[in-house]
Design a protein around this ligand. Structure first.
Ligand SMILES: C[S@@+](CC[C@H](N)C(=O)[O-])C[C@H]1O[C@@H](n2cnc3c(N)ncnc32)[C@H](O)[C@@H]1O
Length: 229
């Protein structure tokens, strides 16, 4: 399928040269788990499938795999060094329950079957703090409409950010969405209303950096409503 050109929502595809072990993992393991013509999505009826968008170095995704042995996960990340990092830590016994979409998630939601995921995570999406860059932000009504259609009824959507103006945008898009229930989340974009990370929610690298700089983080959890018949 021809891909339309999107405004880029991520900073870079590659940073420094990969170390030997990361390069080896990238070359040898990625073909086993990457979604492409050879490796498709999972069969959605086989088990629960979770989605992580922008997994960075994969710390959260790996923690979720360890905590939830019966689920499979699709991780989306265009950043090569992040994908290589995840792969160097991925246990071979988990190769069959992980798939990597090594590209922009907005192309994935166009091709994934509807009602596919039971959990989706968007943790610390690039904040694009400058006003002129706000159009690069991933969480928009248009994207969330597409993402929502990939979620099963009752699925949980987990979002976190440390950026006040992005939290305001997220709340604007999702807090009044009639198809979602707000399960957890601060009442406003004012950091004085933000509380600490909910229990059972594994930390991420970006979050640890933000906290070490004295910033606060907002954690939000939504549930897709069941459709009334
Ligand atoms: C600020 S980092 C946070 C990484 C990780 N979630 C964490 O909390 O440590 C945001 C990540 O989202 C990825 N990203 C941004 N836009 C994306 C998109 N459209 N599709 C998939 N990943 C994206 C970036 O490449 C980057 O690694």
């Amino acid at each position: 399928m021809m891909q339309t050109q999107l405004t880029r929502s991520y900073g870079r595809k590659k940073a420094r040269k990969l170390r030997t072990t990361s390069q080896k993992a990238y070359e040898e393991i990625l073909p086993l788990v990457k979604i492409d013509q050879a490796n498709s999505f999972f069969d959605k009826h086989s088990r629960e499938i979770w989605l992580e968008i922008g997994f960075g170095g994969g710390e959260h995704l790996l923690a979720q795999l360890a905590q939830n042995p019966s689920v499979s996960m699709i991780g989306c990340e265009p950043f090569m060094n992040g994908v290589a990092k995840l792969l160097t830590h991925l246990d071979p016994k988990d190769y069959d329950r992980v798939r990597i979409w090594h590209d922009d998630v907005r192309y994935l939601v166009d091709v994934i079957p509807p009602l596919f995921f039971t959990h989706a995570f968007i943790l610390f999406p690039d904040p694009w703090p400058k006003k002129r860059h706000h159009s690069r932000r991933l969480i928009t009504k248009e994207f969330m409409d597409k993402l929502r259609s990939t979620l099963r009824e009752g699925a949980l959507l987990h979002i976190a950010s440390d950026d006040v103006s992005y939290v305001e945008q997220i709340q604007g898009v999702l807090y009044n969405d009639p198809t979602l229930i707000l399960c957890e989340g601060p009442p406003s974009s004012n950091p004085s209303t933000w509380t600490s990370r909910p229990e059972g929610w594994p930390p991420t690298r970006y979050e640890q950096k933000a906290l070490s700089m004295g910033k606060k983080c907002a954690y939000m959890r939504f549930q897709k409503k069941e459709r009334r018949v």
